[in-house]
Write a protein that binds this ligand. Structure first.
Ligand code: AMP
Length: 316
């Protein structure tokens, strides 16, 4: 199963991705985690990404795509994966589609996790994570028993550097401007599924599983929605069909019977100017014969007239 988790920062993508990764035994691939790991290890890639991450802006597509390409080459990604925080914009989604097309393993679905803005703010500012085991807490909604200490392993709790109000504001703005258009992108592909991501983590997980089980079993079909074709205006339709615009208008009216008749094509001006004069039509044969007969009659009359004249002359 190959899926993308979509949602604003704080919508719980990371938390759900971890749980779903255990259930479906496919890797959870988070570009945010990969970037933070690079940053912690002081790699050149991590150092390059630092400024953008600290400001709550997107790291360059080139960097993120290089990380994703490497990660998806791992053998564990052959069975599928859950992408969290990637893609973050349309160019990244296009690149992912191309990558998956190359290996003939298209995405199965994009799951949109929906959460109201106010809840997002509370989740982000109150978020704490155990540095040791990765357990997630929230000081408002799911506080640890002891402040700054993990209930599970006693490890220290960490407050992410970019979970301060100023950076959070930037991250939400980036989401609205660049990541949200992905909802339409995947909707057009027939791949979007929406899950209400408010409430208890376990309840949200149940909703996620209800959507993902059919996908894991190969029962979900990707049905690309057909966009309605706009009805062209009469003048446009006329131009397209080379018909009389008035006739086109009439034909486009509801209940119109006859289709508009094409207008005879006029010859281009140059051709018209050069056109040879029309050859005279040959006269019908009958008319020609009559003419010949007439001429003969006249000839005979003339001869007779001349003979009579000669006779008269002789008599004199
Ligand atoms: P996240 O943990 O997913 O909230 O990501 C933390 C930060 O890492 C983001 O605010 C970005 O600066 C950077 N980041 C993570 N994923 C991406 C991505 N797909 N494209 C660009 N920047 C990213």
């Amino acid at each position: 199963m190959r899926i993308v988790l979509l949602g604003a920062p704080g919508s719980g993508k990371g938390t759900q991705a971890k749980l779903l990764s255990e259930k479906y035994r496919i890797p959870h691939v988070s570009t945010g985690d990969l970037l933070r790991a690079n940053l912690a290890a002081g790699t050149p890639l991590g150092l390059q990404a630092k400024a953008a991450m600290d400001a709550g802006q997107l790291v360059s597509d080139d960097l993120v795509l290089a990380i994703i390409r490497e990660r998806l080459k791992n053998p564990d990604a052959k069975k599928g994966f859950i992408l969290d925080g990637f893609p973050r914009n349309i160019p990244q989604a296009n690149a992912l589609d191309a990558m998956l097309r190359n290996i003939a393993q298209p995405l199965d679905a994009a799951i949109l996790m929906e959460v109201d803005f106010d809840i997002l703010m509370q989740r982000l500012t109150g978020r704490r994570t155990c540095e040791n085991c990765g357990a997630a807490y929230n000081v408002y909604t799911n506080p640890p028993r002891l402040e700054d200490q993990c209930d599970r392993c006693g490890g220290p709790l960490h407050h992410r550097a970019d979970d301060n109000e100023e950076t959070i504001g930037n991250r939400l703005r980036v989401y609205e401007g660049q990541t949200k258009p992905l909802i339409g992108y995947y909707r057009d592909q027939g791949r979007i599924e929406t899950v209400d991501a408010v409430g208890d983590v376990k309840d949200i997980l149940k909703r996620m599983i209800a959507v993902l089980d059919p996908i894991a079993k190969g029962q979900r079909k990707v049905i690309v929605p057909v966009k309605p074709v706009p009805v062209p205006k009469a003048s446009k339709a006329a131009a397209m069909l080379k018909v009389d615009p008035k006739a086109a208008k009439a034909a486009l009216k509801p209940g119109a019977k006859a289709a508009a008749k094409p207008v005879a094509k006029a010859a281009p001006a140059k051709v018209q100017a050069k056109a040879k004069p029309k050859a005279k039509k040959p006269e019908p044969k009958k008319a020609k014969k009559k003419e010949v007969k007439k001429k003969d009659k006249h000839k005979k009359k003339d001869k007779k007239h001349k003979k009579d004249k000669k006779k008269k002359h002789k008599k004199k």
